[in-house]
Design a protein around this ligand. Structure first.
Ligand SMILES: [Zn+2]
Length: 266
């Protein structure tokens, strides 16, 4: 069956536990016997975010991986340190957020398409990983509501209009417990009673709605200031954390990495 490698970790002296997102069975954890021996033929194919063709043999405690063949290794992602870290993180997110043994072909294709896109582009920025996180959340049933204020139901268009026309600007926000957008007035009301809300400008909200639509191409070309994309990233990270309820490290370090990379180019 076709599978995407999500992670690998040592098990006993020579074995490894491989986490896979399979086309047929969703996320599974399998044992790769003798994988760490230098002679092992399948080992190079089992790097995170590789696509493989394999057989899974039922075992007593854990299923075994067999007959592994490489389908796609993504050499251009691996040559680039930033892209390679982003690829590993997309795999890590998929492993952390998806339930075991629940097949979802949309998730399989979302990760595969995202990796194929990352392989092709030259101008990868950290926002592309936030885009993947939001798509994954959407497929898992968590969609941030952005069309209107989740409290007073004022439409986004009107919120944007009021914001631009008004002298005392009240920025809208994202209300995690409420599931999405809040207008400036509702944001203040909720913040006054201690609710957790991220303040977001209009540009960041437009970027967030692009992320929700999941078009990687548009996201890469979207004009957004670095400080705005970092604020946006924090919102995406907290949104994922709020709904997933799993301990998940912040992948914001990618912003520092891409900064280093661009400095080296100029
Ligand atoms: Zn409101």
């Amino acid at each position: 069956m076709k599978a995407i490698v999500l992670s690998r970790r040592s098990h006993r002296e020579y074995d490894e536990i491989i986490s896979l997102y399979t086309y047929d069975n969703g996320r599974v954890e399998v044992l790769a016997k003798g994988n760490k021996k230098i002679v092992s033929k399948q080992s190079p194919f089992l790097e995170p975010f590789s696509i493989i063709e394999c057989a899974i043999i039922p075992g007593r405690e854990i299923d075994h991986l067999a007959k592994t063949q490489s389908v796609e290794y993504f050499p251009r992602i691996r040559q680039d340190e930033f892209k390679s870290r982003a690829g590993i993180w997309a795999a890590t997110l998929t492993r952390a957020l998806t339930p075991e043994h629940v097949p979802d072909k949309h998730i399989f294709f979302a990760l595969k398409n995202w990796l194929e896109f990352l392989e092709k582009i030259d101008n990868a920025s950290p926002i592309i990983l936030d885009a993947f996180a939001i798509v994954l959340m959407r497929l898992l049933g968590f969609i941030p509501q952005l069309e209107e204020c989740v409290i007073c139901h004022k439409e986004f268009k009107i919120i944007a209009h009021d914001f631009l026309a008004n002298e005392n600007k009240l920025e809208p926000g994202i209300y995690y417990a409420g599931g999405g957008l809040v207008c400036g007035q509702c944001r203040l009301l909720k913040q006054n009673i201690g609710e957790e809300i991220a303040v977001l400008g209009l540009q960041e909200l437009s970027a967030l709605s692009l992320l929700v639509k999941g078009d990687w191409r548009l996201i890469v070309d979207f004009e957004i200031e670095k400080s705005e994309s970092i604020r946006l990233h924090e919102v995406v990270y907290k949104f994922v954390l709020y709904h997933s309820e799993v301990p998940l490290r912040n992948w914001g370090f990618l912003f520092t990495m891409s900064e280093l990379a661009s400095r080296m180019v100029t």
